[in-house]
Design a protein. Structure first.
Length: 278
């Protein structure tokens, strides 16, 4: 992917932990590396197909100077978030904030923080078999879209499925979502668990009835094995109620472990006659 660089924008800011830093101010240098596809702009000369670095620089200045902040780490996060949210063509950003006048009692060139941030593509599975099941799904989708720095990109149709594992319960309604977010996997997990809790989810019986169930299926192409999170979701390939709606919104997405597309996995499960339930 192509890159646009904006190097060493110089500002006098009032950032720092010490009172003197907030009162007297000091010099900061801010650099950006923007991951942008510039090919169409380069071929046509159309600036709207690229990112106007002059406008980006002005926005960086506004964000950097609008209020006093203790940490340059926070300054970098604020800049990255602003650029990614305002400039749709920017898929990823690297922000470096240098502090050449930092209060160190020794010779040094500068103190600096460098961060890389990007939009992440996340696929979710949602299910409900208690109360107004359709309304529960729609409310959960709404709440996912309202999460901080998160947007629902695609939503599958809603389908009805028979329960799996614990079968003495009502049928489920299921759907899948494609979401883009700036949240980390753990931040996103915490957010959807809170949605479940706020909507009345109670975990009593494994595979039992639930007002709402939200599972992370994929997070980019990452493979995550942590105590509270496994991505890709380990049951994807055995659940038709996941693969069917997922193949509707992401048929050509390649499972990072199985190395097969979602459409291929759905077809294989259907032919085996084993996929069912929640």
């Amino acid at each position: 992917m192509d890159k646009i660089y904006i190097n060493n924008l110089e500002f006098i800011g009032f950032h720092g932990v010490f009172p003197e830093e907030k009162k007297l101010g000091q010099k900061f240098l801010v650099s950006l590396e923007l991951i942008v596809d510039t090919r169409e702009a380069g071929k046509t000369g159309d600036l709207t197909k690229s990112v106007h670095y002059g406008l980006v620089a002005q926005d960086v200045e506004r964000v950097f100077l609008e209020k006093s902040i203790d940490l340059i780490e926070t300054c970098a996060e604020n800049i990255a978030e602003m650029v990614l949210k305002k400039y749709e063509l920017v898929k990823e950003i690297k922000v470096t904030v240098k502090k050449p006048w930092a209060p160190l009692q020794m010779h040094f060139e500068n103190v600096a923080v460098e961060i890389s941030r990007k939009w992440h593509k996340v696929y979710l599975s949602l299910g409900s078999n208690m109360g107004d099941k359709r309304e529960n799904l729609l409310e959960a989708i709404k709440r996912v879209g309202e999460l901080e720095n998160t947007e629902v990109v695609k939503s599958s149709t809603i389908l009805e499925t028979e329960p799996f594992g614990y079968i003495e319960q009502d049928n489920f309604l299921n759907a899948c979502l494609e979401v883009k977010t700036l949240l980390t996997p753990q931040e996103f997990l915490s957010s959807i668990l809170k949605i479940e809790l706020d909507m009345g989810r109670v975990r009593e019986i494994k595979w039992g009835p639930r007002v709402i169930d939200i599972d992370i299926l994929f997070y980019d192409n990452e493979i995550i094995q942590e105590d509270n999170l496994a991505v890709p979701h380990p049951w994807i390939c055995e659940r038709e109620f996941v693969l069917e709606p997922l193949s509707e919104i992401a048929p050509n997405y390649v499972h990072p472990l199985e190395r097969k597309t979602i459409m291929m996995l759905a077809r294989k499960l259907k032919e085996s006659g084993k996929g069912n339930g929640d």
